[in-house]
Design a protein around this ligand. Sequence first.
Ligand code: KG4
Ligand code: ZN
Length: 355
Amino acid sequence: MKILGLETSCDETAAAIVEDGVKILSSTIASSSEFHEKYGGIVPEIAARQQVKVVIPVISEALISPVEEIDTIAVTIGPGLIGSLLIGVETAKVLAWAWQKPLVPVNHLIGHVYGNFVAEVQNAKCKSQRIEFPAVVLIVSGGHTELVLIEDHGKLKWLGGTRDDAAGEAFDKVARILGLGFPGGPAIEKAALSGDPIAFNFPRPLIYEDGFDFSFSGLKTAVFRKVAPVKKEPLSSGSFTPADKAGAGTTSQEIADLSASFQQAVIDCLIHKTLKVAKKYQVKSILLAGGVAANQKLRAAMELVIKKNLPSTLYFQPSLKYCTDNAAMIASAAYFNFRPVPFEKIKAESNLPLF
Ligand code: KG4
Ligand code: ZN
């Protein structure tokens, strides 16, 4: 079965064709990231306007098979920025109507999980067949940090999540504080390469508490206190103005050390809780998903810790390109959770819950 997936939940516009949920036949991604850079974060209005501009060219590029060979259309309906979501959802409805194809609505976060099932190579099938249930997935994206138990496709149980900032959000905010630009994750990762992860002893919030929750807001504030000796307090809203970034006198080595120490603290929290779930539920597979899963330090550390502590547990991480937003994961999620809905009943939902 060939599914055309569409993803427009944030600043990426993506379309892909995936065969049988695993084999990527085409995948096109356009990003408006550069237009948001100077604002230090995504501007929803700009993101939506870019979506409108590129959605049709992106679909045309991905559409390498004749329309008659496409069996189904899948589209992200939320969570995400409403202006961006609407472009993808309404475009998908028009295509489903015009081409007379079934339309499957997909939750963006569930989509991220399926970044683990897709591959561009011939052995895509082997990869998905190796994922055994029950599995635990750590979803770490810009807006979410969730630990979810997967008993089977469509049979999920939420176990814990962040009580405040998501891991990706913390990366983005700390990068802003350090003057490293946007998006923050890759920028922090790069700066951390020349830094010392134990130079600053940042807190590991909630790490020894019961349960599977996370908290990254205090960690962000701890970094802020190290770089802004004059203006110590963040705004009452909890955010920071661009002027607060990288306090005068912070050397590039200190920025590297702050990045490395912050990154290590986040990684320690993520790995600790994921392992705790894996042990408690005796899972057969551990999956990493979402934009932060592109972090090489996290990927390597997770793999190492699992090998050492749970050697018989399988470990999966999406290939780098399919960690951040893409449409192949959406098409795959639709294949393994095949529930078409009449297009007139489908609507974009900015705060769509996980399930
Ligand atoms: O999944 P995603 O592309 O979009 C959302 O669904 O939110 O995730 C974006 C997030 C951003 O916060 C970005 O800074 C973070 O993923 N990210 C990273 C890396 N690449 C992207 N965080 C840490 N290290 C990275 N290499
Ligand atoms: Zn995402």
